[in-house]
Design a protein around this ligand. Structure first.
Ligand code: GDP
Ligand code: IMO
Ligand code: MG
Length: 435
């Protein structure tokens, strides 16, 4: 790569390794300077990927962009973005995002493609999401209420509606009405304006025509022609419906399997896999969080790190770095590189703790347990590291970091067994150390 000193090859994926919000958007934006195609593979508008762009005229101020459905490569003019078949797509939300980009002088024309096998997410999925949460009472997942679970339910129960079906609007409408009737039998409470949604979709059905492609075929052709492809992971490994803290998870596979399924790109074609890992851990919503800090320190990290949801604005729970889940994510995804983010947020803490093992009934557990009762009641073993006080926001080489910051990074690398090849030291595009 010309400017980015990482040797990632032609096909890479960027994956969240914790409970989401690790800082995927920032690295994807940086890499899309050199990748020509950026592809979303799974999830939906539950994702919120933040990018800060310095104002070229007054570089002390930045503009904030949050991407939910549009892939995060859009801020680079030469980059084409594809919404892969594994995504659950709420079309009005996509077009709201497009409108916002256009308002900010980011031309989207011809730059956003949608795989024709992508499942559509409707307003009723959001309504059902809310009803399901309500019915769960104190066992609620704390979803983003973006309709993700109900849409994947329709997909796997084989009643989902794919975007290519909009091209025959009469047939589409009949299926939509039939689905709604079936769902009302199950969730009688849902009330919303069906006709309004249908008339909105009729307009959008025309707009999406030039955007539809056979996703897998398009990507394979691009790959054979030597175009560089970057797959943008959403959510995080611990939210994976199979490997995460089930049932407190999302309804897709944010891990590498979901990346392959959600794009049609086979696992063996990937030249590198970059895991994004916050230098501490956060989580939004319910579910176990072994290293959570429920005290003032957790609150201080939340304030300093700006840990409030990019999609829902909810305060994120904060805790110490957990190398057990770090190692788990490296194993599950076969990661080749780690981008450790938000190291700057830890500046000023006199000591830092790192979880090194989970212990239950006096025995060290081999990995992350499936049983949430064990996860809630196990003991956590920690090591303590010395902190640093120097401002690291302007440092751009690993050697120049304070010795204690270097020690902290090297200890994490040793514990998880994967190279930390980049380190985030601030929100902006240039606030990244490569090593
Ligand atoms: P994503 O969902 O993984 O893309 O992450 P989010 O955008 O939801 O949350 C990450 C937040 O951390 C965003 O506000 C980013 O701008 C910010 N961020 C990313 N990397 C860094 C970093 O290295 N330092 C600081 N201070 N902020 C960062
Ligand atoms: P990004 O891509 C953080 C969490 C929700 C909830 C659970 C299920 O920005 O990292 P869902 O709406 O998916 O049914 O909610 O998953 N969740 C996320 N948390 N970042 C995300 O995405 C998330 N996507 C889902 O908070 O606990
Ligand atoms: Mg996010």
């Amino acid at each position: 790569m010309a400017n980015i000193p990482l040797n990632l090859g032609n096909l890479t994926a960027v994956l969240g390794t914790q409970w989401g919000d690790e800082g995927k958007g920032k690295l994807i934006d940086i890499l899309s300077e050199e990748f020509e195609l950026v592809v979303r593979a799974a999830g939906g508008a539950n994702a919120g990927h933040t990018i800060y762009l310095r104002d070229p005229v007054s570089p002390t101020t930045s503009k904030k962009f949050v991407f939910h459905l549009v892939p995060s490569g859009m801020l680079h003019k030469a980059c084409v973005c594809l919404i892969g078949n594994g995504v659950v797509l709420h079309l009005p939300t996509l077009f709201e995002e497009i409108e916002l980009l256009e308002k900010n002088n980011i031309s989207t024309n011809g730059r956003i493609l949608i795989a024709d096998r992508t499942h559509l997410l409707f307003d009723y999925h959001k309504e059902i999401d809310a009803v399901q949460e309500e019915r769960k009472g104190d066992k609620k997942v704390g979803t983003t209420k973006r309709g993700i679970g109900p849409c994947y339910m329709d997909k796997t129960s084989r009643m989902g509606i794919r975007i290519h079906e909009l091209l025959n609007f009469a047939k589409f409408t009949a299926k939509y009405r039939q689905n709604l009737a079936t769902l009302k039998d199950l969730y009688g409470e849902i009330t919303y304006d069906t006709e309004k949604e249908l008339s909105e979709l009729k307009i959008l059905a025309e707009k999406i025509k030039p955007m539809l492609v056979d996703g897998a075929h398009y990507l394979h052709t691009a790959y054979k022609n030597g175009r560089k492809i970057l797959v943008e992971g959403a959510n995080g490994s611990m939210l994976d419906v199979d490997h995460g803290t089930y049932p407190y998870v999302t309804s897709s596979n944010p891990t590498i399997g979901g990346i392959s399924v959600g794009t049609g790109l086979p696992g063996r074609a990937f030249t590198s896999l970059v895991g994004i890992m916050k230098a501490y851990v956060t989580r939004v919503g319910s579910g176990p969080f072994p290293t959570e800090l429920k005290d003032q320190l957790g609150e201080d990290i939340r304030q300093k790190g700006g840990e409030f949801g990019a999609t829902t604005g909810r305060p994120r729970r904060c805790g110490w770095y957990d190398s057990v889940i770090g190692k788990y994510a490296v194993m599950l995804n076969g990661l080749t590189d780690i981008n450790l983010t938000k190291l700057d947020v830890l500046t000023g803490l006199p000591t830092l703790k790192i979880a090194t093992a989970y212990k239950y009934n006096d025995e060290i557990l081999p990995s992350v347990p499936a049983d949430l009762d064990i996860m809630e009641n196990m003991e956590i073993e920690y090591i303590e590291m010395q902190g640093w006080t120097e401002n690291i926001g302007d440092i751009r080489s690993f050697e120049n970091l304070p010795q204690n910051a270097k020690n902290y990074v090297l200890k994490i690398e040793e514990l998880i067994g994967c190279k930390i090849s980049s380190i985030g030291v601030g929100m902006e595009r240039d606030a990244m150390i490569f090593r």
